[in-house]
Design a protein around this ligand. Structure first.
Ligand code: C5P
Length: 225
């Protein structure tokens, strides 16, 4: 992992959750901390890549001077920001936990508690950022996805690899103690069309090194072809 290994490469990384507004004071969100995505951004920059880090609402700082940070809030904003820089990039790593649904209408005033016992929110599917980048992916560009599964993990991950046109997918299971959301450690498997590699539980900084080792190997291969 030399400091010039990724020099001249442009890498886009999405990180963190998205917030989907319900009214001026409420949103639909999730527990993603952004730690894995930020660790990946630091690791790419450490190896000399120019990184665009598209971050949802997180409590983190990107320190490296090769990281350009773009802050977004909603899935829609993350989608536009990702579209805007992917065509120029050598690779994109989609680490963000993007909301699958958002409220159909955002109330312009705070929704008040009524006498009724129930309130129904109508939701509408957000755009799949991964699938739309996957559809425009050029020869030589790499697209890496993440999957967090509670069941049928292998099969679901393979499905996503195909549907979203990923080159490989990083699987983290919620069944493993110390892995996934908000933890500083993670336990991953990398799945591609040829097979699966399992890694032990490690700090997210070291998990980032494993993922970027793999990305770097694939980038070398894709420039040879
Ligand atoms: O389908 P699922 O949400 O489990 O897929 C996860 C992968 O797809 C992650 O890489 C995630 O960042 C990406 N994704 C996305 N846009 C969405 C939903 C998921 O880029 N709207």
């Amino acid at each position: 992992s030399a400091s010039d290994e990724l020099q001249g490469k442009k890498i886009v990384i999405t990180a963190g959750p998205t917030y989907e507004k319900i009214d001026p004071v409420r949103f639909i969100g999730n527990y993603s901390s952004g730690k894995m995505g930020f660790a990946l951004a630091e690791e790419c920059a450490r190896r000399g890549a120019e990184v665009t880090l598209i971050a949802g609402p997180v409590q983190l700082e990107a320190k490296h001077s090769l990281i350009r940070r773009v802050d977004v809030e909603s899935a829609e904003e993350m989608h536009s920001a990702s579209q805007a820089c992917f065509s120029d990039a050598d690779a994109a790593i989609l680490c963000a936990a993007v909301a699958d649904y958002r409220p159909e209408k955002v109330a312009d005033r705070k929704i008040k508690r009524e006498k009724e016992e129930e309130l129904t929110l109508h939701l509408q599917a957000t755009k799949d950022i991964a699938a739309s980048l996957g559809a425009t992916k050029r020869k030589g560009q790499l697209l890496v996805g993440f999957a967090l599964e509670t069941n049928n993990e292998q099969q679901n991950a393979e499905g996503k690899l195909e549907r979203k046109n990923f080159d490989f997918i990083v699987l983290n299971s919620l069944n493993d103690v110390g892995a996934g959301f908000r933890h500083d450690t993670n336990k991953i498997s990398i799945i591609d069309r040829k097979g699966r590699t399992d890694y032990p539980l490690k700090p997210k900084t070291e998990v980032a090194q494993d993922i970027i080792d793999r990305l770097s190997d694939e980038l070398k291969l894709s420039t040879l072809n």
